[in-house]
Design a protein around this ligand. Structure first.
Ligand SMILES: Nc1ncnc2c1ncn2[C@@H]1O[C@H](COP(=O)(O)OP(=O)(O)OP(=O)(O)O)[C@@H](O)[C@H]1O
Ligand code: SF4
Ligand SMILES: [Mg+2]
Length: 358
């Protein structure tokens, strides 16, 4: 075995043993650290009940980055907020399902129980760093707050850890920077501080909801590299929510595609990117710029997602799907497991489709 855990292979040429190139390491994830099962979440509004999540299921493995993608309103943030225990009370309710983390169902924890998980076991990073930071407090105080409340660490040790973390996220002169306020940092630096705050208690899971959307392109790339570095260093699992398929291509290990409150396709990055099987995923990929397509060939997906006040009983993509069959709007498609890692909810993948109505 070499240092990457790959086996060196040898070949024989003219009787001499020649060391072949080591195989490129493929990351293998085996230990489940979070299981979301059949999650249903609704919001009570003046207009009625919005069924935001309608049976979301997925697993997250230790050390991987799972990207959640999909159009606006499909339920990405509600999924993240539910895991994190941040649904608005009393409007948002978990109607059914579970979020199992370390043997406990997070949806069943009370406020005090959830506070022990937030920021300690699971941390969240939002789109706008300014809303996550308190403009009136020095960055150092904000960094050490979590450590001091959750881990009862001494002031001196907390400061040491804060300096170490600012170094990790690439903020120069950390000792002086600790005394400064958020407005004294650029947007990219502020997001680095938010990431440092999220990491200071060494969480096992980091949920990042559009963490680079508010930043300019060069800074976005640096922040993504930072996520990769942090994961290499700490082995933290990451759920990355993004509209940006370029971001996904760069750092995701697996991709979950959401549509109208459901995960309609999930798989390893290469499966979802290069062999998408759900017509919606195919449409999504055709609607964003790719190096192998000219700009004029981009095709937006026609139509809009269904109304979540009265979601359809069948496939929610029926009205926009070029392949829709009679069965599609009558019965929701079952999940087909195409490989052990790739699954899709679409009647095209199920032989029973032609039998359901005849
Ligand atoms: N507090 C709330 N009250 C009522 N409805 C809500 C609330 N929060 C979310 N929703 C609804 O839940 C659905 C899912 O919203 P969510 O914010 O998860 O979408 P999203 O996929 O994160 O979209 P975006 O890409 O725009 O951030 C939407 O129909 C949204 O209107
Ligand atoms: S189930 Fe039917 S409508 Fe839905 S994506 Fe598949 S073919 Fe299209
Ligand atoms: Mg969102």
């Amino acid at each position: 075995m070499n240092e990457h855990g790959n086996r060196h292979t040898t070949t024989r040429q003219g009787g001499t043993a020649v060391a072949a190139k080591p195989l490129k390491r493929k990351k293998v994830f085996t230990e489940t650290m979070l299981s979301v099962r059949d999650l249903h979440v609704s919001f009570k509004t003046f207009g009625g009940e919005v069924q935001a999540l309608r049976g979301v299921s997925f697993d997250l493995y230790k050390g991987e980055t799972l990207a959640i993608v999909g159009e606006s309103g499909c339920g990405k943030s509600v999924t993240a907020n539910t895991i994190m225990g941040l649904l608005p009370h009393p409007a948002g309710k978990v109607k059914n399902g579970s979020v199992i983390f370390k043997g406990r169902d997070l949806t069943k924890l009370d406020k005090a129980g959830m506070r022990k998980v937030q920021g300690v076991d699971i941390s969240m990073i939002f789109q706008d760093p300014m809303t996550a930071l308190n403009p009136t407090l020095q960055v150092g105080e904000q960094l050490t707050e979590g450590l001091r409340t959750h881990q009862k660490v001494s002031k001196a040790d907390a400061k040491k850890k804060a300096i170490e973390l600012l170094n990790v996220v690439g903020i120069p002169n950390p000792e002086e920077r600790l005394k400064q306020y958020p407005h004294q940092f650029s947007g990219g630096m502020r997001q680095r501080i938010v990431i440092a705050i999220a990491l200071i208690c060494e969480p096992e899971l980091l949920i990042a909801d559009e963490p680079t959307t508010a930043l300019d392109v060069t800074i976005q790339a640096q922040i993504l590299e930072l996520f990769e570095e942090i994961q290499e260093r700490t082995g933290v699992s990451i759920i990355l929510i993004t509209h940006d398929l370029g971001v996904v291509a760069k750092i995701a290990d697996r991709i979950a595609v959401m549509y109208a409150g459901k995960v309609i396709e999930i798989g390893e990055k290469r499966e979802v990117f290069y062999d998408p099987q759900h017509p919606y995923t195919q449409g999504l990929l055709a609607s964003v710029p790719r190096l192998d397509l000219k700009e004029e060939e981009l095709k937006p997906i026609e139509g809009t997602p269904p109304d979540l006040f009265a979601p359809p009983i069948g496939c929610p993509f029926t009205a926009r799907c070029p392949f829709a069959m009679e069965v599609c709007d009558k019965v929701h498609p079952p999940t087909t497991e195409l490989t052990i890692t790739h699954a899709v909810d679409c009647w095209l993948q199920d032989d029973r489709a032609k039998n359901v109505f005849g």
